[in-house]
Design a protein around this ligand. Sequence first.
Ligand SMILES: [Zn+2]
Ligand SMILES: [Zn+2]
Length: 462
Amino acid sequence: MNTHQANIRVVDLSSYLPPRTQLNNIAPIGQESFLVESLTSYIARLANSHCLPVGVLMQTEIAPIVDKVHGGANLHKIYNHTSALNSTGVMAFNLVQALEKLSGQKNLDLLTLSRWSNLLPQRNLLRRHRAWCPACYQEWYSTGQVVYERLLWFLEVVKVCPLHRCLLRETCPCCRQKNLCLAWHARPGYCSKCQEWLGLVFNSSFEELENLSQDDLETLVWISESVEDLLAYTSCLAVPLTKKDIAQAFTVHIDTVSNGNIAAFARQLQLPRNTVWLWCNGKNLPQLETLVQICYRLNRSLVDFITQAPEQNIYVTAEKVPAVLQSRPKAEARVINTDWLERELEVIFLKHDCPPQSMEEVARQLDIHRETIFRLFPEICRAISRKYDRFQKVCHQQAIEQSLEEVKQTVLELYNAGLYPSEGRVAQMMSRPGYLRYKQVRAAIAEAKLALSTRDQDLGSK
Ligand SMILES: [Zn+2]
Ligand SMILES: [Zn+2]
């Protein structure tokens, strides 16, 4: 050993390093604040940090340790239900547990709505598709900040970005498709279908904003801010709010607004009396959308309402629910780019897909009501349907012919095995037993039986 080697001291580095985790230990953004990131965004960033598609990360790392009873982590299986990953239920809970184990991060439940699980029903709570503020994306990108997806954007009642006062987007300006909340190739800031940047793209149409009056915009901003406050407030509570808090809040407000008279309160707010009674008694919970409407009309923020913050004068300030708060009719009133639609339909018609798409599938893919497409382009719709029908007919004919052949073989097999070829026995052995409902298939059994007995008679007589 030379002197140089003798001077080297072996230092145990493990005590200086944070504990090793299976996945990168990246921190979620905005935990315990109104800017909090969604769980689906965190998963996408985690996958990106490992240079893996989200689907692969989910399948190889997360799925093995997630309870599969409630959907698991296979994106192909939970496909249409990925919004539940940010929600209040067991799917989100399981995923949080798995991710905390793998990434070493704590309190990842704050990236979901799990703290609202006893406060608000799941129904209509979250959007089915991903939504985003293009201005937020652009701002983060150009100032070198991490691009992510706010949990706030996934809430169905939140229609505008409270920071930029613009409508949230759900359709990619490039491919015009919607994205699921988490997709195989998800990446915050980019379309998971065409991979284009979703930040401010000035050639995208902002037509919806033109339909929005200043008053409507103010109302929508008020809602976003109110929900944002509730997110931040509930994330800091040691004990989550429950049904009881909502019941208490209603009771206190009814006391103030109408001297405890539930019927009078319900009348003033045009709500069904029985429903209000159920809320007051903790037997039912109002959906977030309804709660927002009530709070708006009482001019109280969600947090003030739920925590029963003292206020001298609480009364119904707005006579009616503003139209912009009466959800959903807006969705159908969306502007359809007919040039684009016609092009898409032509492409679909000319495609040599096997099987060809039905109009129902086309409508789903384009996310436009089938009747709307038909009204705009009846000719091409009929052509697509005819192509589909022709294919179906050919398939049906082939299946019938296969069944006839199968019936013949089956009857022979049963007969050779010394079993009577009854319809029931034949059905059990057929690959498509349902086809026995067709006359010609049933007739084939009789024919095959007859042929066999004739054969036997012939053999016997020889
Ligand atoms: Zn924004
Ligand atoms: Zn796209």
